[in-house]
Ligand binder design. Structure first.
Ligand SMILES: *[C@@H]1O[C@H](CO)[C@@H](O)[C@H](O)[C@H]1NC(C)=O
Ligand SMILES: *[C@@H]1O[C@H](CO)[C@@H](O)[C@H](O)[C@H]1NC(C)=O
Ligand SMILES: *[C@@H]1O[C@H](CO)[C@@H](O)[C@H](O)[C@H]1NC(C)=O
Ligand SMILES: *[C@@H]1O[C@H](CO)[C@@H](O)[C@H](O)[C@H]1NC(C)=O
Ligand SMILES: *[C@@H]1O[C@H](CO)[C@@H](O)[C@H](O)[C@H]1NC(C)=O
Ligand SMILES: *[C@@H]1O[C@H](CO)[C@@H](O)[C@H](O)[C@H]1NC(C)=O
Ligand SMILES: *[C@@H]1O[C@H](CO)[C@@H](O)[C@H](O)[C@H]1NC(C)=O
Ligand SMILES: *[C@@H]1O[C@H](CO)[C@@H](O)[C@H](O)[C@H]1NC(C)=O
Length: 499
């Protein structure tokens, strides 16, 4: 194995051409009991300066909301639709016409993700995967869109075996019949290998072999770095090790010019305290903050320094209707109302994801809320709720527009800020919601802007107890490669005499 590896390493050097597009994107799953309106989703993305997203389908309403925003979008063929497309050129052409051509270029669709973890989640459909990709490509060519839109398919990292040291990684050989033609396809179309990378699951499955710091990409003292004895490359985190394992596994099949794109990665911020003790806000914050810093710095990986690895964070919203363990529901950066799950530690990551989002939220009347309930909640806020509602009087700055929605928004937001934005204080029997968009207009300044608070006196309980949207998350339950073995092997290898 080692000899073979050395040979391949030499072959692998030419490597991927630097496409220096280092960027962070975000996945948008919608397994929620109350899915935000497409316009709210688009508003959240814009307020957070999220410029790249991946959808798990090609929902026309969400695509319409993303039109003319400049946001770049990966659309997906859901696994359920794969069989039909893989069997019929015409079905594929139809899919592209309806879900891609109809929206482009108003929506900047950059790629089609064909299925999700098909080789591991739906092995029976594996033989149709490459035909589906080819048929979709034919349709893009026929529509003259192939220059702008790439076709690929996201893989679970579990298809990579023996991934540590990364230089010894190879794809599960029983998948070669699919992977070899697929890699040729990616090569010939200039498309990336899409890979889902979950250091959280690698860590969980390792039973203590992988140190938490290593999974979270925390700085390690040099003597704790894992060294790949074949290449002498130093690995300071699981993310890089898995991405490099993919590069080496491709090189093993003689493919050295297909870049890796990480279509999913993240960390849950909440889980079952006894079985998932490391699913915490602090760890999620640390992982995602380190990830953003690492990716946007264009550091690349040890095997390909400086070669950007774009990565899509899993995920925008918590998804409360995801089945599985508790943590499955809590991978979001935001809850369903758009309240940040935590404020990322991002001192210098550019403009992506505001530093201090928790201090930039507002409470507004929910779109489409019943006007009678809004009126009742408004009356309560300005009465028992002790909000100073004088700005809503005729002739005062917030009188116009004189609608129950606008007035309720003013009062709800004042109450919410007066209560220190505590959980459950933007509820009002369900007719209120949190947003990151400042509702202030003209001379009508809403609470929260410049730290204003308009509550005349604090102290009351919220109108109703929040069922505070138990948040929720997605994710094809972590199948994981043998990273545990991998790290122990690395630690061993690192003390072996050098070649
Ligand atoms: C889509 O985004 C890419 C990358 O930023 C850009 O080069 C391209 O011009 C955009 N296309 C459209 C149609 O906006
Ligand atoms: C599929 O459609 C493309 C054009 O859309 C055509 O060039 C190709 O020959 C078709 N393939 C099959 C198997 O029908
Ligand atoms: C390799 O893939 C085959 C077919 O999907 C699967 O049955 C097998 O368990 C995989 N092997 C490993 C070690 O994951
Ligand atoms: C890769 O290249 C080597 C050396 O040319 C060859 O022996 C091997 O069959 C190739 N493997 C594949 C999967 O093409
Ligand atoms: C960013 O990259 C530079 C060089 O590529 C490196 O020296 C620096 O440590 C990196 N910063 C972070 C935060 O990773
Ligand atoms: C984040 O904070 C840093 C330093 O406090 C500041 O320079 C930067 O502009 C902030 N970014 C955003 C998006 O607010
Ligand atoms: C929000 O503001 C409060 C008070 O100014 C401050 O104590 C807190 O640290 C801020 N939160 C974040 C995430 O910056
Ligand atoms: C809020 O801050 C902005 C910019 O610092 C300033 O122009 C505006 O007058 C302030 N508004 C209030 C109500 O203090």
């Amino acid at each position: 194995m080692k000899k073979l590896f050395l040979l391949l390493f030499v072959l692998a050097i030419p490597a991927v051409h630097g496409d220096n597009g280092a960027y962070i994107g975000v996945n948008i799953g919608t397994a929620m009991s109350s899915v935000p309106a497409p316009t709210q989703i688009a508003a959240l993305l814009r307020s957070q300066n999220i410029r790249n997203v991946r959808l798990y389908d090609a929902d026309p309403a969400i695509l319409a909301a993303l039109a003319n925003t400049g946001i770049r979008v990966i659309v997906s063929v859901p696994n359920e639709q794969l069989l039909a497309i893989g069997k019929s050129n015409a079905t594929a052409a139809n899919w592209v016409a309806r879900n891609v051509a109809a929206h482009y270029p108003a929506v900047n669709i950059t790629a089609i993700a064909v299925g999700s973890e098909v080789l591991s989640a739906m092995p029976n459909a594996a033989s149709l995967l490459v035909p589906a990709m080819r048929y979709l490509q034919n349709a893009l060519v026929a529509a003259a869109l192939d220059r702008y839109i790439k076709i690929s398919t996201p893989h679970s990292s579990s298809i990579i075996l023996d991934s540590f040291p990364p230089s010894q990684a190879f794809f599960n050989r029983s998948l070669d019949g699919v992977l070899v033609p697929m890699l040729r396809f990616l090569q010939s179309t200039g498309s990336p290998l899409m890979l889902n990378v979950y250091p959280y699951y690698e860590y969980m499955r390792s039973n203590g072999v992988i140190p938490l710091e290593y999974a979270l990409s925390r700085p390690l003292p040099p003597n704790k770095e894992a060294v790949d004895a074949n290449t002498l490359l130093h690995y300071t985190n699981v993310f890089d090790a898995v991405v490099d394992a993919a590069y080496f596994a491709m090189a093993y099949l003689n493919v050295t010019n297909v870049p890796v794109m990480v279509t999913e990665t993240g960390w849950p911020h909440k889980g079952d305290p006894s079985s998932e003790p490391d699913a915490t806000t602090d760890n999620a914050n640390t992982y995602n903050s380190n990830l953003i810093r690492h990716v946007t710095n264009s550091t690349g990986t040890p095997k390909h320094p400086g070669v950007a690895v774009p990565a899509y964070i899993y995920e925008l919203y918590d998804e409360d209707t995801r089945p599985g363990s508790t943590s499955e529901k809590y991978w979001g950066l935001f809850d369903m109302d758009g309240t940040p799950a935590y404020a990322l530690h991002l001192a210098d990551s550019g403009a992506l994801l505001s530093n201090d989002t928790t201090n930039q939220t507002y409470c507004v009347a929910r779109d489409g809320a019943d006007p009678k309930m809004l009126q009742a909640a408004l009356d309560w806020a300005c009465g028992l709720g002790k909000v100073d509602c004088s700005a809503l009087m005729q002739g005062q700055p917030c009188y116009d527009p004189d609608t129950v929605e606008a007035h309720a928004t003013y009062a709800f937001n004042a109450y919410y800020h007066g209560m220190g934005m505590a959980s459950g204080t933007c509820y009002f029997s369900g007719v209120a919601m949190v947003t990151t968009i400042d509702p202030s207009h003209g001379s009508c300044v809403h609470a929260g802007k410049n730290g204003t608070s308009l509550l005349s006196s604090t102290s009351l309980a919220p109108l109703s107890n929040p069922t505070a949207g138990e948040s929720g998350a997605r994710r094809a339950t972590g199948e994981v490669s043998s990273l545990a073995g991998m790290v122990s092997a690395a630690l061993l290898l690192s003390v072996l005499p050098l070649l």
